[in-house]
Design a protein around this ligand. Structure first.
Ligand SMILES: [Mg+2]
Length: 378
């Protein structure tokens, strides 16, 4: 009997509170108090366990709920997985993608669970399995939510800089005047000690974005992320041609087709990828390869997540021989979630994420924490 066969597939819905509520411009100036995490646990016949994480993070391009993810896992994904070998990731993920008609948020958790289980079966880390460990730590920045108050922003930024961060991504897009004043105050306070970037979460209209970005040009931002709606690639291209600040696409990037669309219109020079949004390691590796070939820079990101998803991005980034921008895929871990669900959290210090050691993703669930935050979605 093939001991690498998948014996069971379990979905685990969780609600993990934020340490403090968090506001961004879209959707609808939403303030969130918790993150909805969905885990997929795959067990093979020989008892190897692989775990993947996604989030039900409703925003542009995603309407996922814990209930919906769970229903799709149970009715569609799990029956297609049981009996297959965890060594056969490509055919299993190809079939799953067809079956889900996309469904990247669920694919992320299933695919990352397969990578975790396959690497553990082979006695390797995921980075080693992906091609080898090119780096032991990943440089990261941090994202700061909208406060509407320059003094509060400087205080938050000062705390981040004290922790060793040099790259500060500021959420903008609710009030252009306050955005300008806040970023001016940050640049005046820190001078060239920090790299400033901004993220509007697709909330601005073209004329407002053009005016604000022209005003921001003297502040030497390295990126403005998704100033316009995900669908407005013509607007993004016109904006990119009109201002000196490089634009990044986040909400506009889902699969490889969307990346080709963004690149062919010259709508962005940077892409942000996220585990859940972009379908986990299996799909993100394709996006990164394609971005590299298109001359587009890569910003490794994430929705706010636990150490499981931070480890997944860290493993992929560790296996990446080419340059990466200082993303902020660890933000949920260090600044946002009130708790973690692993035995030893991923180590983040001095503006660096340390790539976990050990087999698979290099992290193990804390079952007590999982029980504490588990919710019933039946
Ligand atoms: Mg973004």
């Amino acid at each position: 009997m093939d001991s690498t066969r998948i014996r069971s597939v379990e979905g685990i819905p969780l609600k993990i509170p934020f340490a403090k509520s968090f506001t961004m411009a879209a959707p609808h100036q939403a303030t969130r108090n918790e993150v909805e995490v969905y885990l997929v646990r795959i067990t093979t016949d020989d008892g190897v366990v692989g775990i993947g994480e996604t989030q039900a993070w409703r925003r542009q391009g995603s309407s996922e709920t814990l209930h919906g993810l769970h229903a799709k896992l149970q009715s569609m994904a799990a029956p297609a997985l049981v009996g297959r070998s965890v060594l056969d990731i490509a055919p299993v993920m190809h079939a799953l993608s067809e079956q889900l008609s996309g469904g990247l948020y669920l694919q992320a958790a299933v695919g990352d669970a397969l990578y975790d289980a396959k690497a553990r079966t082979l006695g390797l880390s995921v980075a080693q399995m992906l091609g080898g460990r090119c780096r032991d730590h990943i440089d990261v920045g941090i994202a700061l939510g909208i406060t509407g108050d320059a003094k509060a922003m400087i205080d938050a930024a000062e705390r981040a800089v004290e922790q060793g961060y040099r790259h500060l991504r500021i959420k903008i897009g609710i009030d252009a005047r306050k955005d300008l004043l806040g970023l001016q105050a940050l640049r005046a306070h820190f001078d060239d000690r920090v790299v400033l970037r901004a993220d509007a979460n697709g909330s601005m209209r073209y004329g407002d974005a053009l005016r604000l970005l022209r005003q921001l040009e003297p502040l030497d931002l390295d990126i403005v992320e998704q100033p316009l709606a995900a669908w407005d690639l013509e607007g993004m291209a016109a904006l990119a041609a009109a201002v000196r600040i490089p634009l990044s696409a986040d909400e506009a990037i889902s699969d490889t087709h969307s990346l080709v669309d963004v690149a062919s219109r010259r709508a962005a020079r940077v892409i942000q990828t996220k585990s859940a949004k972009n379908g986990g390691i299996h799909s993100i590796a394709k996006l990164w390869t394609l971005a590299g070939a298109l001359g587009i820079d890569i910003f490794p990101g994430n929705h706010p997540s636990t150490s499981l998803n931070v480890a997944a991005v860290a493993q992929l980034a560790a296996s990446w021989p080419q340059p990466l921008l200082a993303g902020d895929f660890q933000t949920g871990l260090v600044d946002m979630l009130a708790d973690d669900i692993v035995q030893v959290p991923v180590r983040v210090e001095g503006g660096r994420v340390h790539v976990p050691e050990g087999h698979g993703m290099g992290v193990a669930l804390d079952e007590d924490k999982v029980r504490r935050y588990r919710v019933d979605v039946q």
